[in-house]
Write a protein that binds this ligand. Sequence first.
Ligand SMILES: [Ca+2]
Ligand SMILES: [Ca+2]
Ligand SMILES: [Ca+2]
Ligand SMILES: [Zn+2]
Ligand SMILES: [Zn+2]
Length: 394
Amino acid sequence: MDYWVDVSQQKAAAKSNMVHSVKIRRRRYVAQGSSWPVIPGRVGTITWNVAAWSTKLSIGDVNTTLAEAFRMWAEVSMLVFRWVDPPIVADITIMFAIGSHGDTQPFDGPGNVIAHAYFPGYGGNIHFDDDESWAITSTGGNSKSLLAVAVHEIGHSLGLDHSTVSGSVMSALSLQNNNVVLSDDDVNGIQSIYGPCAPRVTAIDYMCSDGKTYIFNGDHYWRLNDAKHESDRGYPSKISSKWQGIPDNIDEIFLWGHNWNIYFFKGNQYYKYNEVNNTVEPNYPRAISQGWPGVPDNIDAAFTSSDGNSYFLKGDQVYKYNNYYDQVEFGYPQLISAVWPDIPNNVDSAFEWWYWDGNVYFFKDEYYWKMTVSGVVSGPFFIGIDAWKNLCEV
Ligand SMILES: [Ca+2]
Ligand SMILES: [Ca+2]
Ligand SMILES: [Ca+2]
Ligand SMILES: [Zn+2]
Ligand SMILES: [Zn+2]
C-alpha cells in the first residue's frame, strides 16, 4: 500500500529513515519472496491489461504511460511485458477505482493512500485510487504522476518490496520525488529475482560522429554507456529508426582506421555510411569482393586495431588487413587458433575499445573474451554479469 506523504510527514519520514539507516549494515533493495515463474536465462513474458480506466486521464494516455513504465523494467531484466485484450485474464490486471473496489483494501478518497499493488504470490494486480488527481508525468500541487507511481507499483507486482536506498524507485519515498529513473539498486533488485540479461552481441563498433559505441542484434540496437559498461536507458531501438538504409541482421559493424568511416557488412555486401548526413553513401551497398579484395563474404567480425591493421574473422580464420596499403597482408588468412590461441572460432563480433581501456573484445554466444594490447587473453566471461550489462530485450 503506497501512501502520499505531505511535506511535513515527508521530512519526518526522511529523518526517521536516516536514523534507521545507521543500524542497517547494508542498505539495498528488498525482494519480497514471491516471483513470476520464468525459466532462468530465458526471456519471460508477463501480460497486462487495464480492467477499469481512470476518469482523470484518457485511455490513450494511460496506455502509453503504463507501457512506458513496464518498459523501464524490461530494459534491465529478462522480463518483457505484453498487453492482452480483455476478457483474457492478464498476469497483471490494472484498475482505477474509488472507495471499496472488490478487495479488502478500500481506497480513502483524495490523498493518503494513492495506489496499491499485490506481490506476485498474491496475484500481482495494481489498483490506483481514482480520487487522486492523476497527471501523466509532471506534477504540481496535489497532482500525482501516473508514470512515477506506476513504475513503483510495477516493481511491487514483480516481487520487490520497499528498498532502503533513498533515491531508488522502490524507496517508500520515491512517490514524493516523482522519480522515474531506475537506480542501480532497483536494477540489482529485479535482477536478483529474474537474472541479468544474456544477449548475443552480433555486431559492435564505435561511431566517430557522436563518440558512442553501438551494439546491433537482429532488427534492434543498444548504445553503450562506457563508464557503467552497460546499455544506456531507453534502448534497444529499431535499427531503421536511426540508421537510414541499413538493413536488419547485419553481420558486423566496422570502423575502418584507414579513413575512420563506419562500414556495415552483410552477406556478400557492405555499406559505407555517412554519419554526418545520416545516410548510406551513394552507390552502396557494394560487393565485398570488389571493395575489400581478399576479404571473404559473410564475415563474423571485424575491427581496427591500434597496431595499424584491421582484422576480419570468419569461421576458424583471421584476415589481417593492412590499412595503409589497403590489402590483406601476405600470408593471411591464418587459423585463429594459430594467431590468438585463446580466442574461439566462429565468433559473433569483435571490437577494440581503444578510447576506453585499449582492449579488444570478442563475443560468442553468451560469452566474451578480453585481449590486451600485448595479446594477453582473459575469459570466457558471461555477457551481462559485470560487463556488457542491461542489453535486454523489450
Ligand atoms: Ca487516496
Ligand atoms: Ca557478426
Ligand atoms: Ca566490429
Ligand atoms: Zn510501495
Ligand atoms: Zn485494491
